[in-house]
Design a protein around this ligand. Structure first.
Ligand SMILES: NC(=O)c1ccc[n+]([C@@H]2O[C@H](COP(=O)([O-])OP(=O)(O)OC[C@H]3O[C@@H](n4cnc5c(N)ncnc54)[C@H](OP(=O)(O)O)[C@@H]3O)[C@@H](O)[C@H]2O)c1
Length: 178
């Protein structure tokens, strides 16, 4: 798949971008600055070893993409999306923004967790769940997009647990049919 990142120059974009490149996807890192985007693409090339990754402005990376990942800072997301709305129309859009600041895991660390995916479009949700599996996390359908606020809020609990136990915990949903 062709996957574009809007604001892919931060730790979230670099980490997920590198994992998607490793999984064989074509990744385009977007930024407000062409130069920062190119630097980020070069970092991902180093992290991922080989694969397809380019960097350009947010406006340039969106049109050819099948999926657009919004990885801008959470508080900048509404304004960014409003500015790019015309280009995002009709795209599968994945927001990974979370208003709670979290420490980023290292790429070398295996991910052993579930990821709850929420959304209102069944086809788009299925595409995102496939990408989750591609990067090694088990996707769990968490219902409509309106549930995303509850999933995001739970990150605050994970942060508190990590602080208390000096750990790097994540979550697993049990009891699902295999
Ligand atoms: N759901 C998850 O599993 C998960 C995991 C990790 C992180 N996250 C979330 O993903 C989001 C990004 O995390 P991060 O640590 O990578 O964030 P970050 O480094 O703070 O910001 C990411 C990028 O956002 C862009 N940006 C910053 N201010 C902006 C503005 N005012 N307008 C437009 N773009 C702006 C910048 O790109 P340019 O300057 O290059 O344009 C920056 O490199 C956060 O909300 C974080 O909580 C979620």
């Amino acid at each position: 798949m062709k996957i574009a990142f809007v604001g892919g120059t931060g730790p979230a974009g670099l980490g997920l971008g590198a994992r998607l490149v490793r999984a064989g996807h074509d990744v385009a890192i977007g930024s407000r600055s062409e130069e920062r985007a190119r630097d980020a693409a070069a970092q991902i090339r180093t992290l991922a070893g080989e694969g397809s990754v380019t960097g350009d402005t947010n406006e340039t990376v969106i049109p050819p993409a099948d999926v657009v990942v919004l990885s801008v800072r959470a508080d900048a997301q509404p304004e960014t999306v409003r500015g790019l709305a015309g280009l995002l129309d009709g795209k599968i859009v994945l927001s990974m923004a979370n208003p709670v600041a979290v420490a980023q895991g290292r790429l070398e660390r295996a991910i052993d967790s579930d990821t709850i995916v929420t959304g209102d479009d069944a086809g788009a949700k299925e595409a995102i769940m496939t990408l989750c599996a591609d990067v090694g996390v088990r996707p769990v359908d968490g219902g409509p997009l309106s549930n995303s606020r509850h999933v995001e809020a739970f990150v605050a609990v994970l942060v508190a647990i990590n602080f208390r136990y000096k750990a790097g915990v994540s979550y697993r949903i049990t009891g699902l049919p295999s």
